[in-house]
Design a protein around this ligand. Sequence first.
Ligand code: 1CP
Length: 340
Amino acid sequence: MTKRLLQALAGEAVWPPPIWLMRQAGRYLPEYRAVRAGVRDFVALCTTPALAAEVTLQPLRRFGMDAAILFSDILILPWALGRALDFVEGEGPRLPPLTTAAEVDALDPARLPAALAPVLETIERVRAGVGAAALIGFAGAPFTVACYMVEGQGSRDFAAARLMAWREPALFGRLMATLTEATIASLDAQIAAGAEAVMLFDSWAGLLPPGEFRRHVIAPAARIVAALRARHPAVPVIGFPRLAGLLLGEYAAGSRVQGLGLDTAAEPALAARLVAAEVALQGNLDPLALLAGGAALAAETAAILAAMRGRPFVFNLGHGILPATPPDHVAALVAQVRGA
Ligand code: 1CP
């Protein structure tokens, strides 16, 4: 029996649609906070397979989601390439800002197999316990990962990274090329370890003007999808070019992803017209509507379901779940989608 998420990503209009939520494992769950309290830091949690596998499976046990997403982070890749990484409680990631050619040249793909070994072991453990749910592996897309590496932390506009792309295009291009190949290596290994679909998170794609969007978002995604498809033809890739706006259709056609994650601002019915009918759309409930719950949540959910009925679709949020979200609201959402 094919798993429901994989049927939808293969282009079938599965109904009711499969559901999972971005950041479905995390601080809004008391059982996650209990595990997190027992480890030194976030990187230790991501690289301890027994614990990472446990928190990956927690939302499945509680809500019966149609997919598990590997518990890790997009910044584990730069860490595996040799950059320092720290998660400051309540503030987010910190990396030493990357600014020089010597630092780009020092990124070391030879470190990947050993550094990513715990992540692959997590995948093996989760795969053994997912049951009818599908296991999704993931990576940050090269542009979004480059944003954090150059900036050194989160930002509203990632001006340092985007300035490097304008002022030193050759250097930024080398960084992007290294990240693109490392992303292929990571996702290839995740699939070999048991991931049944993979997702490419380009959270900051929407910051770019069209030419730069084509160069740094669509082109690397196309390269990654082609390389993975050559090695694993049956494993779908979900792209998430957040805030791509009018370039959503061009991203889908150019990258050749099988699934397209819609952000909160995307109009589902318009997105459906911009992309080929066999591409599964995924999204795009406002995480704040889920936090609010009640009538607002029910109405928003119903509107998305009505717009997506009859086409391949995966219910999800438009961005990650917020830490203040009551778990009961997630249970109510799953019940509503299952009753569609
Ligand atoms: O202990 C904690 O609660 C730390 C919070 C946390 C969590 C739970 C971070 C730090 N990362 C994660 C896990 C995570 N991150 C997953 C696991 C699987 C799941 O979805 O359940 C995934 C897929 C990510 C992806 C990720 N990390 C993205 C892309 C998606 C998005 O949300 O836009 C990004 C941009 C990051 C960077 C990051 N890691 C953590 C934080 C707080 C951030 C955002 C930093 C910022 O820009 O403010």
